[in-house]
Design a protein around this ligand. Structure first.
Ligand code: IPM
Ligand code: MN
Length: 327
């Protein structure tokens, strides 16, 4: 049996609590792991100013995967941890796919997946200030869209659609974003030529928000840009049983660098340390990690145990124990 080298970042707030339950599930599923724990996040930054040293990134390159709880603490200025840790990780390791699955409760178990482009768009950091702190201040925040970046996310979407139910929806705002939307639409049409069996659809992002609430069954796989994907996946969490169930994979499908797996929810400082957070999103993210490193059977068992207990109530550790025993 292979031993998987996993870098673990519990992080801040409820992060370490939910990751502990995810690791409990790994153990229950009988997978062999070698864990390296990293003390990173808002609390570490406030203590000694460390965010994400390049030496840590280099160490991670020698791991098979990264398992992250949540990062962010009150008192840290906006952007420091987001850009300096999370986005740095996504960009430097080129984790260009953010895969976020959703399972609708009580709707015949309909599930759908959002593929969010994870390295470009308005997240890229293009822009700046002119005449800052004057009455004539200007701030710009450009959206960076490369053909290669859009194409590889779209291609992953088509490949996933082929492996599922042959249906892929592009979500964008082509009626207004006539430059970036045009590039995305043309890249989508070009890649579609390679997947003649995949039925395609297109929704503007504002309309997609209505469908997420009123008719999510229309979706199977969605591909979209970074910012639209960020917003839509919070909505996806809200319509599918709550953000406490929403899992995600930040992936380099080429396996050049280790992929990173994290719940969609944040550090929730208001309930930290109270054994209150739902660990299922973190456990499901762990199942995606195991699937990615080749432990399909263990991942399936964890997924089944979670799906059988989506309505579980109780403390973080009680829910974790319940799922561990179901595994
Ligand atoms: C997410 C989060 C991050 C994002 C933040 C914390 C930078 O909201 O993973 O969805 O915007 O991508
Ligand atoms: Mn988000």
């Amino acid at each position: 049996m292979a031993t998987h080298k996993i870098a673990v970042v519990g992080g801040d707030g409820i992060g370490p609590e939910v990751i502990a339950e995810g690791l409990k599930a790994f153990e229950a599923a009988g997978v062999s792991t070698e864990l390296t724990h990293y003390d990173l996040g808002g609390a570490r930054y406030l203590r000694d100013g460390t965010v994400l040293p390049d030496s840590v990134l280099d160490e991670w390159r020698n791991h098979d995967a990264i398992y992250l709880g949540a990062v962010g603490s009150p008192g840290v200025p906006p952007g420091v941890i987001e850009r300096g840790l999370l986005l740095k990780m996504r960009f430097e390791l080129d984790l260009y796919i953010n895969r976020r699955p959703f399972l609708l409760k009580g709707d015949n178990g309909h599930d759908f997946v959002v593929i969010r482009e994870n390295t470009e768009g308005t997240y890229a950091g293009e822009g700046g200030f002119l005449r800052k702190n004057t009455p004539h201040e200007i701030a710009t925040q450009g959206s960076v869209n490369t053909w290669r970046g859009a194409e590889r996310a779209i291609r992953y979407g088509f490949e996933l659609a082929s492996a599922r139910n042959n249906h892929l929806t592009l979500v964008h705002k082509t009626n207004v974003l006539t430059f970036s939307g045009d590039l995305w639409q043309r890249a989508f049409d070009a890649v579609a030529q390679d997947f003649p069996d995949v039925e395609t659809d297109y929704n503007h992002v504002d309309a997609a928000c209505i469908y997420f609430v009123q008719d999510p069954q229309r979706y199977d796989v969605i591909v979209t840009d970074n910012l639209f994907g960020d917003i839509l996946t919070d909505l996806g969490g809200a319509v599918s049983g709550g953000i406490g169930l929403a899992s995600s994979a930040n992936m380099d499908p080429t396996r050049n660098a280790p992929s990173m797996f994290e719940p969609v929810h944040g550090s929730a400082p208001d309930i930290a340390g109270q054994n209150k957070a739902n660990p299922i999103a973190a456990i499901l993210s762990g199942a995606m990690l195991l699937e990615f490193v080749g432990e399909q059977a263990a991942a399936d068992r964890i997924l089944a145990a979670c799906n059988a207990n989506l309505d579980a109530t109780g403390s973080t550790t009680e829910i974790g124990d319940l799922i561990a025993s179901a595994i």
